[in-house]
Write a protein that binds this ligand. Structure first.
Ligand code: ADP
Length: 249
């Protein structure tokens, strides 16, 4: 379980998160959605220790995040665009990451499913965008993390590779792992996400299951539901957070 409690964050005058409280459950895929600039990445960076909240607390399995960052060993992070050292070969990159997590079990299933063996001796800087994204995904899954954070995971992947990744995410979920996915491609989240957290103007405007989202907005597609929530937010009549997944504002 990950619990965000009253998280606040501003960059200068720009107040990005204005008291965000959210519980994210294991064994579920949670979609974190919201308009561009709504603070999704900032919230994930605070969880990862890459940004510091101005106020509030994050707990992972009941333990507040500590300065040593040891909790991060439990997290596999797939950033939107991974900044790998360009000159390293794929093999060297995987070896480097493995050395940083010495002793941890290795899971090379995605390396094989994506056929990365044929790219093994190529420098990362020479890979196509899609192949880089496959490497990015394979590394996030490499140590069977109990928590997976994925930012626009299928961006740049061909449909076959995107399908491989989605199948893998579902398997992790079914194995009890906690998965948070952010994406602008709502149609692909629709059949992946169990729960939805909708962030807008610094506040969570909806938290609950996908079924609750659709029924509450009286829509049949996630995209329509999110548009409905965005209109409601703009009108100041945001949908009330549902009790299912999380306590929001
Ligand atoms: P999202 O992921 O929802 O698109 P972000 O969390 O990336 O949103 O950004 C939220 C807001 O915070 C944006 O207005 C963005 O410009 C601003 N922001 C993000 N990171 C920084 C930073 N390091 N310095 C200043 N402003 C930032």
């Amino acid at each position: 379980m990950i619990s965000f409690h009253e998280i606040r964050k501003a960059y200068g005058d720009r107040r990005v998160l204005e008291g965000v409280s959210l519980d994210v459950a294991p064994g579920r895929v949670t979609a974190l959605v919201g308009p561009n600039g709504s603070g999704k990445t900032t919230l994930m960076k605070i969880l990862l220790g890459l940004a510091r909240a101005d106020a509030g607390e994050v707990k992972v399995n009941g333990t507040p995040l500590d300065a040593t960052g040891s909790y991060r060993n439990a997290i596999g992070y797939m950033p939107q665009a991974a900044a790998f050292p360009e000159h390293l070969k794929v093999r060297e990159l995987v070896e480097l990451v493995s050395a940083l997590r010495a002793g941890a079990a290795r899971d090379t299933d995605l390396v094989e499913s994506f056929g990365l063996g044929s790219e093994w001796e190529r420098p990362v800087g020479k890979l196509s965008g899609g192949t880089r994204q496959k490497v990015n995904a394979a590394i996030a899954f490499l140590f069977r993390p109990s928590i997976l954070i994925m930012d626009e995971p299928t961006a740049g992947l061909d449909p076959v590779a995107a399908g491989v990744l989605r199948t893998r995410v579902r398997r992790e979920r079914d194995d009890g792992r906690l998965v948070i996915v952010t994406s602008h491609v709502l149609s692909e989240l629709e059949d992946l996400a169990d729960d939805v957290a909708f962030l807008c103007d610094g506040l969570l405007r909806f938290t609950g299951s996908m079924g609750q989202l659709l029924s509450q907005t009286e829509t049949s597609r996630m995209e329509d539901a999110i548009v409905t929530l965005m209109r409601a937010s703009a009108n100041g009549t945001a949908a009330r957070a549902t009790p299912g997944m999380a306590a929001a504002q």
